[in-house]
Every structure is written in structure tokens, then in C-alpha cells.
Design a protein. Structure first.
Ligand SMILES: [Zn+2]
Length: 51
């Protein structure tokens, strides 16, 4: 179940205001966040509200 929006930006490829989004479940949120964080790409992780 996708419950997190992992927001990131690669400054070598994108302008700073550009936001790339990976949708992640609880299980994969941490590894995706770590992957991006190590590269200084991570902007934030937002919860996706159930509709
Ligand atoms: Zn997952």
C-alpha cells in the first residue's frame, strides 16, 4: 500500500524548484529516503492522505 510521497530533486538534472516524487509504502520508505539522502537529493517525505 502506497502511503508516502518521497520528494526529491537532483540539482545536476533539474532546476531547484522541480520536485520529483516517488511513491512508497511503509516497507520501502526508509530505503528510498536513505538512497536519496546519501546523495543529497532528498527534499522531504510527505504522508499521502487516504481519500
Ligand atoms: Zn514498497
Amino acid at each position: 500500500m502506497a502511503t508516502w510521497s518521497v520528494v526529491w530533486n537532483n540539482p545536476k538534472l533539474h532546476t531547484p524548484d522541480r520536485e520529483k516524487i516517488w511513491v512508497a509504502c511503509d516497507e520501502h520508505k526508509q530505503s528510498l529516503s536513505d538512497f536519496l539522502s546519501i546523495r543529497s537529493f532528498l527534499k522531504r517525505v510527505d504522508p499521502i492522505e487516504p481519500t
